[in-house]
Design a protein around this ligand. Structure first.
Ligand code: MG
Length: 226
């Protein structure tokens, strides 16, 4: 592969390991304030959230609480701001996800080789950046990327990240690195390549539609730089 490549890293299960407890608490607390629903973190864990965008998760939880789509759409901008603010106060109360042992080395190596690295995550942008920063990886990622605050459909985040990249890349020069079948589908839908890592909740069979399935980020980098 050419070094002229945009590598888009998922956060949860890919760069970071561990359950994002502060994140889920902030999301449901903000739902309770904006829409007046008794949402709890288990509402999120119960809808198979891995790989979904935060806006998609919110819509599913809110529908289950009887909120209609029009009201969901109207409250979403306020919810994004409030959830992001609440995450700051929730973060010290919970164990934070930690960086994959090789995440710093891998993102550094790719940058050294001339690749552009960015985040591609269903997380709301302020929350995603806070989590990555708390795990010591904030210096690896510039102002670009695609986030769950940008769109509800994960594939659309790929287009957002490409528009925010330092330059134009062809479809074959864009590679998603993620840990869920939804990362794979998003990359396929957006017409770009995808390397799946089995460091999240999914094994090789569930990720078989990726261009490559590997055990960790180090192995993913070997594929990217081969
Ligand atoms: Mg993930």
């Amino acid at each position: 592969m050419s070094r002229d490549v945009l590598v888009l890293f998922d956060i949860d299960g890919t760069l970071l390991h561990g359950r994002p407890e502060a994140h889920t608490h902030a999301m449901v607390a903000a739902m309770a304030q904006v829409w007046g629903v008794p949402a709890v973190p288990d509402d999120i864990w119960d809808i198979d959230p891995a790989g979904r965008t935060d806006r998609e998760i919110a819509r599913m939880v809110l529908r289950a609480h009887g909120v209609d789509d029009r009201a969901i759409d109207q409250g979403t901008p306020e919810w994004i701001d409030l959830a992001s603010a609440l995450h700051e106060s929730e973060a010290p109360l919970h164990a934070a996800p930690v960086a994959a042992a090789d995440a710093d080395a891998v993102t550094g190596r790719l940058a050294d080789e001339g690749a552009e690295v960015a985040l591609l995550t269903g997380n709301l942008q302020p929350i995603g950046r806070a989590k990555v920063g708390a795990a010591g990886l904030g210096h690896r990622f510039g102002p670009g990327g695609g986030f769950g605050s940008d769109a509800e459909v994960r594939a659309d985040l790929v287009h957002v990240a490409r528009r925010r990249a330092a330059r134009a890349y062809s479809d074959t020069e864009v590679v998603v690195v993620g840990d869920t079948p939804r990362d794979v589908v998003a990359a396929r839908t957006a017409g770009v390549r995808v390397v799946a890592v089995t460091t999240g909740a999914f094994g090789p069979d569930a990720l078989a539609d990726a261009d490559a399935v590997v055990a960790d980020l180090t192995a993913a980098t070997h594929v990217l730089l081969a």
